[in-house]
Design a protein around this ligand. Structure first.
Ligand code: SF4
Ligand code: SF4
Ligand code: SF4
Length: 258
């Protein structure tokens, strides 16, 4: 019997699901080997159980928690799909801003006043804290990045079909950047998050003339003290350091002393 595969989304731009659909050259081959039983962007069918659930997006509200736990209970293997699901992503920056202030920024002062006087008519007032999936349920694998990397998605699917575990080495973006023979941006007076960030994207941003902003999350054994010292030596202000660490990773850097 073919394994049952399903896709779900929480707070996200759905770009990672789109990246899956964009794997056009191999997607039809994969679909011959699996049963796609739920995927809101592509089909309308539903199923009761899943061998592999791909879950995109971050968790904000109580109903998100209940829904994610239900998906987990019905899945044998659960994959966090993309930076929103793995790290909370940019929406987790709202954890550092009071909801009324957030609304005023987006909808103007009138919204701030309505939130303050009439919270029950603003369901989003119930928004509590943005979390990655693994803050709520057990996650079996993570497809990192904003968006996730199609070659990693294919590696994971092939591994599971072969009955092996996917291998995503815990090394820094710098390793790929060096292999690609890029000039290090620090040598040009710029700064970069590549030293502390999970590799797997083939250092795509540096290859194309940018710096790494750390969208794939912080490595578990990264030497943050050395990286912070380097940023300070390059005159990056403390507020900017915090902002760059929090850009994709929400509150995680705080737990690690940043
Ligand atoms: S990780 Fe990025 S591309 Fe993927 S859903 Fe989140 S915001 Fe969109
Ligand atoms: S440019 Fe960034 S990713 Fe590349 S070697 Fe330098 S610090 Fe590492
Ligand atoms: S180079 Fe950095 S910011 Fe760019 S995709 Fe890779 S991890 Fe993300």
């Amino acid at each position: 019997m073919k394994p049952k595969i399903a896709f779900f989304d929480f707070a996200s731009c759905e770009g990672c699901q789109l990246a899956v659909l964009n794997c056009e050259d191999i997607l039809l081959d994969i679909l011959e080997l699996v049963d796609l039983v739920e995927f809101r962007e592509a089909i309308s069918e539903k199923a009761l159980r899943y061998d592999v659930a791909f879950v995109e997006g971050s968790i904000h509200r109580d109903e998100d928690i209940a829904r994610l736990r239900d998906i987990r209970a019905r899945s044998t293997y659960l994959v966090a799909l993309g930076a929103c699901a793995c790290n909370g992503n940019v929406q987790a920056r709202s954890n550092f801003v009071a909801p009324a202030v957030n609304y005023a920024e987006v909808y103007g002062e009138a919204a701030r006043n309505r939130v303050q006087v009439d919270p029950e008519h603003w369901p989003l007032w119930a928004h509590t804290r943005v979390r990655p999936l693994d803050a709520v349920v057990k996650v079996d694998a993570q497809l990192r990045g904003c968006p996730m990397v199609p070659s990693e998605f294919l590696h994971l699917v092939k591994s599971l079909l072969k009955g092996t575990q996917p291998d995503f080495p815990a090394v820094a973006v710098c390793t790929e950047c060096k292999k690609n023979e890029n000039e290090c941006v620090f040598d040009r007076g710029q700064t970069c998050m590549g030293q502390i960030t999970w590799a797997g994207c083939n250092s795509v941003c540096v290859n194309n003339g940018y710096v790494c902003d750390g969208c794939r999350g912080i490595l578990p054994d990264a030497n943050l003290a050395a990286h912070l010292q380097l940023l300070r030596e390059h005159k990056v202000a403390e507020a900017d350091i915090r902002s760059r660490y929090r850009l994709f990773c929400g509150a995680e850097p705080i737990g690690r002393g940043v």
